[in-house]
Design a protein around this ligand. Structure first.
Ligand SMILES: NC(=O)c1ccc[n+]([C@@H]2O[C@H](COP(=O)([O-])OP(=O)(O)OC[C@H]3O[C@@H](n4cnc5c(N)ncnc54)[C@H](OP(=O)(O)O)[C@@H]3O)[C@@H](O)[C@H]2O)c1
Length: 259
Protein backbone atom coordinates (compact mmCIF):
# COMPACT_ATOMS: atom_id res chain seq x y z
CA UNK A 1 0.00 0.00 0.00
CA UNK A 2 1.49 3.37 -0.98
CA UNK A 3 1.51 6.08 1.65
CA UNK A 4 2.38 9.49 0.22
CA UNK A 5 5.50 11.07 1.66
CA UNK A 6 6.66 7.88 3.41
CA UNK A 7 9.14 5.24 2.26
CA UNK A 8 8.10 1.65 1.65
CA UNK A 9 9.23 -0.14 4.83
CA UNK A 10 10.29 -3.75 4.71
CA UNK A 11 11.64 -5.69 7.64
CA UNK A 12 13.91 -8.72 7.62
CA UNK A 13 14.73 -11.12 10.46
CA UNK A 14 15.91 -14.65 11.11
CA UNK A 15 13.82 -16.40 13.77
CA UNK A 16 14.23 -19.60 15.71
CA UNK A 17 11.23 -21.92 15.68
CA UNK A 18 10.28 -20.37 19.06
CA UNK A 19 10.28 -16.84 17.62
CA UNK A 20 13.58 -15.60 19.09
CA UNK A 21 16.04 -13.45 17.15
CA UNK A 22 19.01 -14.09 19.50
CA UNK A 23 19.65 -15.95 22.74
CA UNK A 24 19.08 -14.26 26.10
CA UNK A 25 22.77 -13.21 26.18
CA UNK A 26 21.91 -11.09 23.09
CA UNK A 27 25.13 -12.35 21.59
CA UNK A 28 24.25 -13.09 17.98
CA UNK A 29 25.65 -16.12 16.19
CA UNK A 30 24.11 -16.87 12.79
CA UNK A 31 21.70 -19.77 13.32
CA UNK A 32 20.04 -19.89 9.90
CA UNK A 33 21.57 -21.71 6.92
CA UNK A 34 24.17 -20.08 4.59
CA UNK A 35 21.44 -18.89 2.19
CA UNK A 36 20.18 -16.44 4.79
CA UNK A 37 23.12 -14.06 4.49
CA UNK A 38 22.68 -13.91 0.69
CA UNK A 39 18.99 -13.29 1.27
CA UNK A 40 19.82 -10.38 3.59
CA UNK A 41 22.21 -8.86 1.03
CA UNK A 42 19.63 -9.33 -1.76
CA UNK A 43 17.11 -7.40 0.33
CA UNK A 44 19.67 -4.67 1.08
CA UNK A 45 20.22 -4.41 -2.68
CA UNK A 46 16.62 -3.17 -3.00
CA UNK A 47 16.83 -0.52 -0.28
CA UNK A 48 17.80 3.13 -0.40
CA UNK A 49 18.54 2.85 3.32
CA UNK A 50 19.09 0.10 5.91
CA UNK A 51 18.07 0.83 9.51
CA UNK A 52 18.81 -0.90 12.83
CA UNK A 53 18.48 -0.22 16.56
CA UNK A 54 21.43 0.81 18.72
CA UNK A 55 21.83 -2.65 20.35
CA UNK A 56 21.84 -4.48 17.03
CA UNK A 57 24.53 -2.13 15.83
CA UNK A 58 26.77 -2.14 18.87
CA UNK A 59 26.38 -5.70 20.21
CA UNK A 60 27.08 -7.23 16.81
CA UNK A 61 29.79 -6.61 14.28
CA UNK A 62 27.61 -5.02 11.62
CA UNK A 63 28.20 -2.26 9.10
CA UNK A 64 24.74 -2.25 7.42
CA UNK A 65 26.46 -1.83 4.01
CA UNK A 66 25.62 -3.44 0.67
CA UNK A 67 28.26 -6.21 0.85
CA UNK A 68 30.34 -7.61 -2.05
CA UNK A 69 30.72 -6.05 -5.52
CA UNK A 70 27.97 -8.12 -7.17
CA UNK A 71 25.37 -6.64 -4.83
CA UNK A 72 26.64 -3.15 -5.48
CA UNK A 73 26.38 -3.88 -9.25
CA UNK A 74 22.84 -5.09 -8.72
CA UNK A 75 22.03 -1.85 -6.96
CA UNK A 76 23.39 0.22 -9.87
CA UNK A 77 21.42 -1.89 -12.37
CA UNK A 78 18.31 -1.08 -10.36
CA UNK A 79 19.06 2.64 -10.47
CA UNK A 80 20.01 2.80 -6.78
CA UNK A 81 23.11 4.40 -5.29
CA UNK A 82 26.04 1.98 -5.16
CA UNK A 83 25.95 2.06 -1.35
CA UNK A 84 22.80 2.29 0.75
CA UNK A 85 22.39 4.90 3.46
CA UNK A 86 22.76 3.55 6.99
CA UNK A 87 20.42 4.58 9.78
CA UNK A 88 20.80 3.94 13.51
CA UNK A 89 17.92 4.45 15.94
CA UNK A 90 19.11 5.48 19.40
CA UNK A 91 16.52 7.37 21.47
CA UNK A 92 18.91 8.18 24.35
CA UNK A 93 22.09 8.19 22.24
CA UNK A 94 23.51 5.14 24.07
CA UNK A 95 25.14 3.70 20.96
CA UNK A 96 28.74 2.68 21.58
CA UNK A 97 31.07 5.10 19.72
CA UNK A 98 33.47 2.20 19.17
CA UNK A 99 30.85 0.23 17.23
CA UNK A 100 32.10 -1.43 14.04
CA UNK A 101 29.73 0.56 11.82
CA UNK A 102 31.61 3.81 12.49
CA UNK A 103 34.79 2.28 11.04
CA UNK A 104 33.22 1.87 7.59
CA UNK A 105 32.82 4.99 5.49
CA UNK A 106 31.13 3.66 2.37
CA UNK A 107 27.97 5.75 2.79
CA UNK A 108 26.38 8.33 5.10
CA UNK A 109 25.33 7.25 8.59
CA UNK A 110 22.24 8.94 10.01
CA UNK A 111 21.30 8.69 13.68
CA UNK A 112 17.66 9.18 14.68
CA UNK A 113 17.29 10.22 18.31
CA UNK A 114 15.08 12.15 20.74
CA UNK A 115 15.37 15.11 23.10
CA UNK A 116 16.30 12.55 25.79
CA UNK A 117 19.84 12.51 24.39
CA UNK A 118 22.24 14.42 26.64
CA UNK A 119 24.30 17.26 25.16
CA UNK A 120 27.63 15.36 25.44
CA UNK A 121 26.11 12.29 23.77
CA UNK A 122 24.60 14.45 21.05
CA UNK A 123 27.95 16.11 20.37
CA UNK A 124 29.70 12.73 20.32
CA UNK A 125 27.14 11.35 17.85
CA UNK A 126 27.47 14.45 15.66
CA UNK A 127 31.19 13.70 15.45
CA UNK A 128 30.54 10.12 14.36
CA UNK A 129 27.53 10.34 12.06
CA UNK A 130 26.86 12.37 8.93
CA UNK A 131 23.59 13.65 10.38
CA UNK A 132 21.86 13.33 13.75
CA UNK A 133 18.14 14.02 13.67
CA UNK A 134 16.11 14.63 16.81
CA UNK A 135 12.54 13.50 16.19
CA UNK A 136 10.39 13.50 19.31
CA UNK A 137 10.69 14.51 22.94
CA UNK A 138 10.81 11.23 24.87
CA UNK A 139 10.08 8.76 22.10
CA UNK A 140 10.84 8.72 18.42
CA UNK A 141 7.97 9.79 16.22
CA UNK A 142 8.66 7.27 13.49
CA UNK A 143 6.10 8.66 11.08
CA UNK A 144 7.81 12.06 11.26
CA UNK A 145 11.27 10.44 11.08
CA UNK A 146 10.39 8.44 7.97
CA UNK A 147 8.74 11.44 6.35
CA UNK A 148 11.93 13.42 6.98
CA UNK A 149 14.10 10.58 5.56
CA UNK A 150 12.02 10.58 2.41
CA UNK A 151 12.08 14.36 1.99
CA UNK A 152 15.69 15.09 2.99
CA UNK A 153 17.54 11.90 2.00
CA UNK A 154 15.20 10.69 -0.80
CA UNK A 155 14.62 7.36 0.95
CA UNK A 156 11.86 5.58 -0.97
CA UNK A 157 12.62 2.07 0.27
CA UNK A 158 13.75 1.42 3.82
CA UNK A 159 14.90 -1.97 5.08
CA UNK A 160 14.67 -2.46 8.85
CA UNK A 161 16.97 -5.14 10.27
CA UNK A 162 15.82 -5.10 13.89
CA UNK A 163 16.31 -5.72 16.68
CA UNK A 164 13.16 -6.61 18.52
CA UNK A 165 12.65 -3.25 20.19
CA UNK A 166 12.91 -1.25 16.98
CA UNK A 167 10.72 -3.73 15.09
CA UNK A 168 8.11 -3.54 17.86
CA UNK A 169 8.03 0.27 17.61
CA UNK A 170 7.57 0.17 13.82
CA UNK A 171 4.72 -2.35 14.09
CA UNK A 172 3.21 -0.21 16.84
CA UNK A 173 3.27 2.83 14.58
CA UNK A 174 1.66 0.83 11.75
CA UNK A 175 4.57 1.58 9.44
CA UNK A 176 5.65 -1.89 8.27
CA UNK A 177 4.65 -2.73 4.69
CA UNK A 178 6.37 -6.08 4.23
CA UNK A 179 7.97 -8.67 6.52
CA UNK A 180 10.62 -11.20 5.46
CA UNK A 181 11.21 -14.01 7.92
CA UNK A 182 13.66 -16.89 7.85
CA UNK A 183 12.53 -19.54 10.32
CA UNK A 184 15.15 -22.05 11.43
CA UNK A 185 14.66 -25.31 13.28
CA UNK A 186 16.40 -24.08 16.44
CA UNK A 187 14.93 -23.39 19.90
CA UNK A 188 16.60 -20.81 22.18
CA UNK A 189 13.91 -20.53 24.84
CA UNK A 190 14.34 -18.05 27.68
CA UNK A 191 11.94 -15.21 28.43
CA UNK A 192 14.78 -12.68 28.24
CA UNK A 193 15.72 -13.69 24.70
CA UNK A 194 14.72 -10.97 22.18
CA UNK A 195 11.85 -11.78 19.82
CA UNK A 196 10.77 -10.41 16.46
CA UNK A 197 8.75 -7.56 18.03
CA UNK A 198 9.50 -6.56 21.63
CA UNK A 199 8.32 -3.67 23.78
CA UNK A 200 5.03 -4.10 25.63
CA UNK A 201 3.13 -5.59 22.70
CA UNK A 202 -0.66 -5.73 22.64
CA UNK A 203 -3.05 -6.83 25.36
CA UNK A 204 -5.72 -8.35 23.11
CA UNK A 205 -5.89 -10.11 19.76
CA UNK A 206 -7.99 -7.31 18.28
CA UNK A 207 -5.10 -4.89 18.85
CA UNK A 208 -2.57 -7.05 16.98
CA UNK A 209 -0.85 -5.91 13.78
CA UNK A 210 -2.30 -8.12 11.04
CA UNK A 211 -0.30 -9.48 8.13
CA UNK A 212 -1.16 -11.61 5.11
CA UNK A 213 1.07 -14.40 3.85
CA UNK A 214 2.42 -13.54 0.40
CA UNK A 215 4.89 -16.38 -0.19
CA UNK A 216 6.54 -19.33 1.49
CA UNK A 217 9.49 -21.43 0.37
CA UNK A 218 11.94 -23.89 1.85
CA UNK A 219 15.73 -23.67 1.48
CA UNK A 220 17.52 -26.54 3.19
CA UNK A 221 16.18 -26.72 6.73
CA UNK A 222 14.89 -23.12 6.77
CA UNK A 223 11.52 -21.65 5.82
CA UNK A 224 11.44 -18.30 4.01
CA UNK A 225 8.20 -16.38 4.47
CA UNK A 226 7.07 -13.05 3.10
CA UNK A 227 4.13 -11.25 4.65
CA UNK A 228 2.40 -8.15 3.33
CA UNK A 229 0.55 -5.55 5.29
CA UNK A 230 -3.10 -6.28 5.96
CA UNK A 231 -4.99 -3.25 4.73
CA UNK A 232 -7.88 -3.72 7.12
CA UNK A 233 -5.90 -2.30 10.02
CA UNK A 234 -5.51 1.48 10.08
CA UNK A 235 -1.98 2.81 10.63
CA UNK A 236 -1.15 3.82 14.16
CA UNK A 237 -4.59 3.25 15.68
CA UNK A 238 -3.99 0.30 17.98
CA UNK A 239 -3.33 0.17 21.71
CA UNK A 240 0.06 -1.23 20.65
CA UNK A 241 0.96 2.44 20.05
CA UNK A 242 -0.09 3.65 23.47
CA UNK A 243 1.77 0.67 24.96
CA UNK A 244 4.91 1.74 23.12
CA UNK A 245 4.47 5.23 24.56
CA UNK A 246 4.24 3.67 28.02
CA UNK A 247 7.58 1.88 27.47
CA UNK A 248 9.27 5.21 26.78
CA UNK A 249 7.70 7.08 29.64
CA UNK A 250 8.71 4.17 31.96
CA UNK A 251 12.23 4.37 30.57
CA UNK A 252 12.30 8.13 31.13
CA UNK A 253 11.15 7.68 34.74
CA UNK A 254 13.83 5.02 35.31
CA UNK A 255 16.45 7.33 33.86
CA UNK A 256 15.48 10.22 36.13
CA UNK A 257 15.47 7.87 39.15
CA UNK A 258 18.97 6.61 38.37
CA UNK A 259 20.41 10.11 37.72
N1 LIG B 1 17.95 -12.69 14.12
C1 LIG B 1 17.94 -11.52 13.53
O1 LIG B 1 17.54 -11.40 12.37
C2 LIG B 1 18.38 -10.29 14.29
C3 LIG B 1 18.37 -9.06 13.62
C4 LIG B 1 18.74 -7.92 14.36
C5 LIG B 1 19.11 -8.03 15.68
N2 LIG B 1 19.13 -9.26 16.26
C6 LIG B 1 19.46 -9.37 17.71
O2 LIG B 1 18.56 -8.55 18.44
C7 LIG B 1 19.20 -8.08 19.62
C8 LIG B 1 19.04 -6.59 19.71
O3 LIG B 1 17.67 -6.29 19.77
P1 LIG B 1 17.12 -5.31 20.89
O4 LIG B 1 15.64 -5.36 20.83
O5 LIG B 1 17.81 -5.62 22.17
O6 LIG B 1 17.68 -3.90 20.46
P2 LIG B 1 17.53 -2.94 19.17
O7 LIG B 1 16.10 -2.80 18.78
O8 LIG B 1 18.51 -3.32 18.15
O9 LIG B 1 18.08 -1.60 19.83
C9 LIG B 1 17.49 -1.10 21.00
C10 LIG B 1 17.95 0.30 21.17
O10 LIG B 1 17.64 1.05 20.00
C11 LIG B 1 17.00 2.26 20.35
N3 LIG B 1 15.58 2.13 20.03
C12 LIG B 1 14.93 1.07 19.53
N4 LIG B 1 13.64 1.38 19.35
C13 LIG B 1 13.50 2.66 19.73
C14 LIG B 1 12.44 3.56 19.76
N5 LIG B 1 11.21 3.21 19.41
N6 LIG B 1 12.64 4.82 20.19
C15 LIG B 1 13.86 5.19 20.63
N7 LIG B 1 14.93 4.39 20.62
C16 LIG B 1 14.74 3.14 20.18
C17 LIG B 1 17.21 2.42 21.84
O11 LIG B 1 18.48 3.05 21.97
P3 LIG B 1 18.82 3.99 23.23
O12 LIG B 1 19.11 3.03 24.35
O13 LIG B 1 19.98 4.79 22.81
O14 LIG B 1 17.58 4.79 23.50
C18 LIG B 1 17.25 0.99 22.33
O15 LIG B 1 17.94 0.80 23.53
C19 LIG B 1 20.65 -8.50 19.51
O16 LIG B 1 20.84 -9.66 20.29
C20 LIG B 1 20.81 -8.83 18.03
O17 LIG B 1 21.80 -9.82 17.83
C21 LIG B 1 18.77 -10.38 15.61
Amino acid sequence: MKRPGLPFVFLNAALTADGKIAPASRHFEPFAGPRDRQHMLELRARADAVMAGARTVDLDSVNLGPGPARFRRLRRQRGLAENNLRIIVSGAGTIDPEAEIFRHHMSPIIVITTERVSKPKLRRLQGLADEVKVVGRTEIDFTAALRWLRAKWKVKSLLCEGGGELNGALFAAGLVDEVHLTISPVIFGGRAAPTLADGLGVKKLEEAARLRLVSMSRQGADLYLIYGRNRRRKAGTSHFLSNARQVYSDRLNNMSESN
